[in-house]
Design a protein around this ligand. Structure first.
Ligand SMILES: Cc1cc2nc3c(=O)[nH]c(=O)nc-3n(C[C@H](O)[C@H](O)[C@H](O)COP(=O)(O)OP(=O)(O)OC[C@H]3O[C@@H](n4cnc5c(N)ncnc54)[C@H](O)[C@@H]3O)c2cc1C
Length: 180
């Protein structure tokens, strides 16, 4: 990917400057000062391709996630409660301890917590922090829900498989029901 990037290096979402002139230099990937993740640079490649093919894809229309491969793992996506409130959302948070989960007790990987942030007005899921066994995998469930603009009620209704760590995601969403 690196070689391709350096050949086309650039500057905006549209390949035009603010006066609508074509850009000579295009900067994407880590060199553009974005969060330093491989998937962010890869997303830039897909964005650049979309722009060249006259399709709409902007720097802000994908939700950012990342993982820390610690033990237990940390999987993060979207906004934290603080970030959501700073952006003006009437945000709420729910939290579930991993040591209350059947799979965690069975496997002895019971350290961590799952947290999810929602917008109270629309119900939309805004972000999540999952700390626990393979949380870097599990967080993609939330990422995809955020991509579709889903509300916590969608997750709450889902019938996840027992006994998995993932079955606790609807339980996490159900906590917003209890808070209503
Ligand atoms: C130790 C380490 C671990 C990491 N682990 C992760 C991880 O687990 N997950 C994750 O998402 N991210 C990780 N990252 C970050 C990730 O590697 C970078 O964000 C990603 O590689 C950036 O991709 P890029 O294509 O924008 O830039 P790069 O991958 O840096 O590519 C730029 C390319 O340009 C070349 N180049 C530079 N100057 C010139 C020049 N003048 N002429 C020609 N070529 C040039 C370089 O040699 C390089 O090949 C890690 C980074 C490091 C250093």
């Amino acid at each position: 990917m690196g070689c391709f990037i350096l050949l086309v290096f650039m500057t905006s979402d549209t390949l035009k400057d603010k006066n609508d002139a074509d850009l000579d230099v295009i900067i994407i990937g880590e060199a553009a000062g974005q969060p330093a993740f491989t998937h962010v640079s890869w997303e830039d490649h897909r964005r650049l391709l979309a722009i060249l093919e006259d399709r709409s894809r902007s720097r802000d229309d994908r939700v950012l996630g990342y993982a820390a491969f610690t033990d237990p793992q940390v999987g993060r996506v979207g906004l934290s409660l603080k970030q959501a409130r700073e952006k003006g959302f009437r945000a709420r948070e729910a939290r579930l301890e991993v040591n209350s989960m059947a799979r965690a007790v069975e496997w002895g990987h019971d350290l961590g917590f799952y947290q999810m942030v929602i917008d109270e007005e629309s119900g939309r899921i805004l972000g999540a922090t999952l700390v626990g066994y393979e949380a870097g995998e599990l967080v993609h469930v939330i990422m995809d829900l955020i991509e579709t603009g889903a509300a916590w009620q969608v997750l709450e209704r889902a019938q996840h498989i027992h006994p998995t760590y993932a079955e606790n995601l609807p339980s996490l969403a159900r906590m917003f029901k209890a808070q209503q």
